[in-house]
Structures are given as structure tokens and as C-alpha cells.
Design a protein around this ligand. Structure first.
Ligand code: NDP
Ligand code: X2W
Length: 310
């Protein structure tokens, strides 16, 4: 029998992208709910309990409710794309490349929390440097980022695309999260292995998909002897042997005059850069990804495949 997959929230932004990625797959059976019934709790509960893997593409509260709907079911496994369980100790964090053992943890987990889009970039840059002893305890990390507007789901897509929308946003680029209490800070801190919560300043640009996450660092506040080259080498070593996260060679980064936030739109990979000048005093670490690819739906399908390989 083929494993049964149910995407709760399949008609939303993340859910639709997962469905697109699953089109044509014959190794799984996709359970589906009609769009008009997407909020029918009884129907969702039946489908959730019938699935081998349920992928939740819902707001946080609805995700928690979906998890409670399968509380008595020992078989169904869950991938939650919301923020609800990303720092919960009994959930595996679904960023397979963040540690050598993480893919195995995801493969064997009952409950997997899919990472946030911004944290995928930030943790991808920070965690290897914490593990290599380059980024010291207590370093005041800052994370600055720009996302495609699909990151805000159906509501923001309508605000950005529909000029007749009463809450239409006409700005080509805007900052938000101005209280510095963005919901992604706890997972960046926990899975970035940071002692202090980073200052996180997100923004949105007038393009549907794509993302740049930046972490600038002062070299003289890092471990003794840290250089542009040693930071790059630590990232290269951390990501050796896998194909999703690429570290750009220093020679490539040195040639670039600019980075386009949409370059990886439609792709499920992430590319990391170390910018600066050899012998200089600062570096800027940059992650390039698609907020809906490695930042959400691409990672969810990757995690599902890992779980199916158990
Ligand atoms: N967009 C992105 O880049 C990313 C999103 N995520 C996360 O994925 C989750 C889904 O986000 P996204 O796809 O963007 O959001 P959307 O608003 O685009 O889609 C959410 C879907 O869930 C449905 N829904 C809402 N409440 C309920 C409920 N109580 N019961 C059943 N269905 C419900 C919505 O239906 P209706 O149309 O009726 O509202 C909609 O179909 C969120 O937790 C989000 O934070 C994670 C990473 C990136
Ligand atoms: C542009 C935009 O609004 N982005 C969303 C985050 C998108 C995302 O990653 O959501 P999850 O936390 O559910 O994973 C935000 O800042 O709330």
C-alpha cells in the first residue's frame, strides 16, 4: 500500500506549492479536501486520522488544533509548517543540513517542525560558526532580511497584487517587525545555538518569491584568528557531502557587484556567501533562497521524503 499524505491547508500558499511539487508522484497517495470544505473540522479530522503523514499548512492555532485531532492516533506522523512547534523539545527541527545527524532525526521522527523561511537562512549561516567555535558566546548577532511577498500568505498576496484591496500596499520595499519581537526570533536563537536573541529586521519587496538573509560580523569580536577565509572554510566543511545548501567559492563572491533576491525563486536549494575583503575587519554572511522553496514547501517535501525513507 502506498503511504497516504494529507496536506491540511492544501488550498493556501504553502499547501498549493507542496501540491505542485507532488504532482506526478506515483509513490504516494494524496488525500484531498475540496476547497469549499477546507475549514470543515469533521472532514479534516477524518482525513488527518487516515493519513500516514499529515503536512500542516495552517496558521499556528489551527496547527495546534490539527495536532490535537490526532492525539489518540499512534500511526499518523506530522510535518507542521507553522511556527507552533519549532522550539518544542519533542519535535524534530526540519532543517536536515543543520547538523550531520539531523536528517536521521527527521527520518525517524513522529513530529517534524518545518523551519521558518528567515531562520533557514539565519541558522544556515550562524550555526556552523557556533559549532566551529568561531562565533563566541554572547556575540550580538543581527539578522537583516528581505522576503518575497508570498511569505505573508494569501492575505499579503492580495494586499500586494490587488490595487482595489482596501489594505493595498503600494510600497516597492518596506520594513516590518519594527517591535523586534518577530515570531522567528526564538527558533533563530535556539537552533542557531545563540546565547542572546538576535536583533532581527525583516522586510518585504515587491516580488512574489525569493529571499536574502544577511548576518554582518566584526572579525575582531570573533574567536582569535578568525578571517574571511576561515569563516568560509568552516561553512564549506559544514555543508560538505550534501546537495541542497551550496557555499559560493570566495572567488565567485569577490566578483559579484550585486545579489538578486529572486535568483533562487522556484528552486528548493539555498546558496551561502561570505563577503568582505581579504585582510579586512568585517564580513557579511548572506543566504539566498526562495521563501517558498527551502524556506517552506521545498523543505516540507524534503522532510516528507526523509520520513518516507525510514
Ligand atoms: N508563505 C510562506 O512563505 C511561508 C508560510 N509558512 C507557514 O505556513 C502556514 C500557512 O501559511 P500560508 O500558506 O502562507 O498561509 P495562507 O493564508 O496562504 O494559507 C493558509 C490556509 O489555511 C487555511 N486555514 C486557515 N485557518 C484554518 C482553519 N482554522 N482550519 C482549516 N483551514 C484553515 C486557509 O483557509 P482560508 O483561505 O479560508 O483562510 C488557507 O487555505 C503558516 O503557519 C505560515 O506561517 C511557513 C514558511 C513560509
Ligand atoms: C513576508 C512575511 O510576512 N513573512 C512571514 C514569515 C513567513 C514564514 O516563514 O512563515 P512561518 O513562520 O510560518 O514559517 C512573517 O514575517 O510573518
Amino acid at each position: 500500500m502506498k503511504p497516504k499524505i494529507f496536506i491540511d491547508g492544501e488550498h493556501g500558499t504553502t499547501g498549493l506549492q507542496i501540491r505542485t511539487r507532488m504532482a506526478g508522484r506515483t509513490d504516494v497517495e494524496l488525500l484531498s479536501i475540496p476547497e469549499a470544505e477546507r475549514r470543515n473540522a469533521a472532514m479534516r479530522e477524518d482525513l488527518l486520522n487516515d493519513a500516514d503523514i499529515a503536512i500542516l499548512c495552517l496558521p499556528d492555532d489551527a496547527s495546534r488544533e490539527a495536532v490535537s485531532m490526532v492525539a489518540g492516533n499512534n500511526r499518523v506522523r506530522i510535518i507542521d509548517t507553522s511556527t507552533a512547534h519549532r522550539v518544542a523539545p519533542d519535535w524534530a527541527y526540519g532543517f536536515a543540513e543543520m547538523d550531520k545527524a539531523q536528517a536521521e532525526k527527521i527520518r525517524d521522527a513522529r513530529h517534524v517542525a518545518n523551519p521558518g523561511c528567515y531562520p533557514t537562512g539565519a541558522i544556515g549561516l550562524i550555526r556552523p560558526l557556533r559549532q566551529a567555535g568561531i562565533l563566541p558566546d554572547g556575540y550580538p548577532v543581527t539578522v537583516n532580511a528581505v522576503s518575497g511577498y508570498t511569505g505573508g500568505g494569501k492575505q499579503m498576496i492580495a494586499q500586494m497584487e490587488d490595487e482595489k484591496n482596501p489594505d493595498h500596499i503600494s510600497a516597492p520595499h518596506f520594513l516590518y517587525g519594527l517591535t523586534l519581537k518577530h515570531k522567528h526570533v526564538p527558533e533563530m536563537k535556539m537552533h542557531g545555538l545563540l546565547e542572546r536573541a538576535p536583533i532581527f529586521s525583516p522586510s518585504v519587496g515587491k516580488f512574489p518569491q525569493g529571499m536574502i538573509v544577511q548576518v554582518p560580523l566584526y572579525l575582531d569580536d570573533l574567536a582569535a584568528g578568525a578571517t574571511l577565509e576561515s569563516i568560509h572554510a568552516a561553512l564549506v566543511e559544514h555543508y560538505a557531502g550534501q546537495s541542497i545548501v551550496e557555499v559560493a567559492p570566495l572567488a565567485e563572491s569577490a566578483q559579484l557587484a550585486r545579489i538578486d533576491a529572486t535568483e533562487l525563486a522556484g528552486k528548493d536549494t539555498m546558496k551561502l556567501f561570505v563577503f568582505g575583503t581579504s585582510g579586512g575587519t568585517h564580513v557579511n554572511l548572506v543566504a539566498l533562497l526562495d521563501n517558498l522553496g527551502k524556506g517552506a514547501s521545498g523543505a516540507a517535501v524534503q522532510n516528507m521524503d526523509l520520513m518516507l525513507s525510514a
